[in-house]
Design a protein around this ligand. Structure first.
Ligand SMILES: C[S@@+](CC[C@H](N)C(=O)[O-])C[C@H]1O[C@@H](n2cnc3c(N)ncnc32)[C@H](O)[C@@H]1O
Length: 456
């Protein structure tokens, strides 16, 4: 949607309407469309922030916004002009969820953008709809039945809300839905091979980034204010840190490989956990990182180089084709592909790209992966199964199924390895049994699942 630039209209709002149009009408990924627009723009820091907030917020809250819009439009959402819809959606997001934006500013801009793009008639529609909503917003009644209410109010797919209401109960489900709509924290994993956390905080401060120690792990730094993108700082380029949530940092601690050991990292991606394992082993020994996609391994190599890690070897392969006679290790991490329900607050459109059918495919894949991975674990060795989902079918049920068929493996408690993390009593008991689900937001972190298995 090419909208003519006009001085009277805030540029971030024009761009937001364009990007939401691309995402909702053309299937663009919100994060990629946003990154591209930001790369090519000369927006001020404040407008970059506003643009990011409007795009991510609108996409995240689209179900709620469309439900409200339909109350005030004369025909269903599906029949609306998509340009007009995109302008109304972004304006309504600001109206309902961005307290700092004055109503007159967003209505004026929405009306002006509509006029420029679609003429006076559509400008009139924008004006009438938005002003009507402003007058009646606090009288809106949401549906009574729980699935409809929670899925509209917190803007999630019905089927996910239904499942969570059934399995978690109302209170935990609502907490989770609210967390998924919150902004994710920016957490850094300090690279102890290059500096201490305190030194890193000082270095970042010199670059204008405010950060403080995370109370959750010995490596974490929480960023509070970063005027420039964190990956553009000199500290990042010098390899002083990796951007990683505390929940993911637990993998290295739970597997706990000593320096000098050989570790197999199956499904390494771009190396979030691989690089932590190598740092954890003081860059001594070997981490063999296996991944299907060559592009990811290219990024893994860049990460290792930046972080100064020499012990990571990589292998581009479908892990199911690894020959267990040739590849063996005492410490194995399997970070399986999963539904990602533990990290829905990270990507605005992630929840809309999930469906129930994918779960069956994933669980079959996960069961295959763990069975094959197990053949590569040496006697008395460890297999850590990890996912970033809270879906029991992909977590506990995979482990239970695996143990039934592999009686030479047992669950190994790992509570003592997480003494630094403030687990509550039930989670301590779970970790002690060898399986732990970190609920998203419960400790302020992403959601993750870990199961530690030992070969007898
Ligand atoms: C959860 S992600 C890994 C995240 C990574 N371990 C990290 O901490 O940054 C799962 C990875 O498995 C990879 N993958 C999926 N199927 C695979 C297969 N058959 N063989 C190897 N890797 C695979 C995906 O490309 C993806 O990068």
């Amino acid at each position: 949607m090419a909208i003519k630039k006009d001085k009277a209209v805030n540029k971030a709002r024009i761009m937001a309407a364009e990007i939401v149009y691309e995402v909702m009408e053309r299937g663009a990924f919100a994060n990629l469309a946003l990154a591209k627009a930001l790369r090519n723009s000369d927006l001020s820091a404040a407008d970059r922030h506003l643009l990011t907030e409007i795009v991510n917020g609108t996409v995240r809250m689209i179900k709620h916004l469309d439900w409200v819009l339909e109350l005030f439009l004369h025909s269903p959402i599906k029949k609306q002009n998509p340009y007009l819809l995109s302008i109304l959606r972004t304006a309504l997001y600001q109206l309902m969820f961005l307290a700092k934006v004055p109503d007159y500013a967003l209505v004026n801009d929405a009306v002006e953008i509509s006029r420029q793009k679609m003429g006076a008639k559509m400008a009139g529609v924008s004006n009438a709809v938005l002003r009507n909503i402003i007058r009646k917003l606090d009288k809106i009644k949401y549906p009574d039945d729980p699935v409809s209410f929670y899925s509209i109010y917190y803007s999630h797919p019905d089927w996910l809300v239904k499942l969570w209401l059934d399995t978690l109960g109302t209170q935990a489900c609502e907490t989770l839905l609210a967390y998924n709509n919150s902004r994710s924290r920016v957490v850094l994993r300090c690279n102890p091979l290059k500096c201490s956390r305190e030194e890193l905080i000082d270095k970042l401060e010199e670059e204008g980034v405010k950060a403080q120690l995370s109370p959750l792990t010995p490596w974490g730094i929480v960023v509070e204010d970063n005027p420039q993108p964190i990956a553009e700082t000199a500290s990042f380029k010098k390899g002083y840190f990796y951007i990683q949530n505390e929940a993911s940092m637990l993998a290295a601690a739970i597997l706990n490989p000593p320096a000098g050991e050989r570790v197999l990292d199956l499904c390494c991606g771009v190396g979030g956990k691989t690089t932590h394992l190598a740092e954890y082993m003081n860059n001594q020994g070997e981490v063999l990182a296996v991944e299907f996609y060559a592009q990811k391994l290219e990024l893994l190599r860049q990460n290792c180089q930046r972080l100064g890690l020499g012990i990571v070897k990589d292998l581009e392969k479908d892990i199911r084709t690894l020959n267990s006679k040739e590849v063996k290790a005492r410490y194995l991490l399997l970070d399986a592909p999963c539904s990602g329900w533990g990290v829905l607050n990270r990507r605005a459109d992630a929840r809309w790209r999930k469906n129930q059918e994918e779960i069956n495919e994933l669980t079959q894949l996960q069961a295959q992966f763990i069975s094959h991975a197990a053949t590569m674990v040496e006697k008395q060795g460890y297999l850590l199964y990890a996912t970033c989902t809270i879906n029991q079918a992909e977590n506990e049920e995979i482990i239970e199924g695996f143990l039934e068929e592999n009686q030479h493996f047992v669950l190994e408690g790992f509570l003592s390895k997480l003494s630094f993390f403030p687990l509550d009593k039930p989670d301590k008991a779970s970790a002690n049994r060898g399986m732990l689900t970190l609920m998203p937001g419960k400790y302020g972190t992403d959601g993750m699942f870990y199961a530690l298995l030992r070969r007898k």
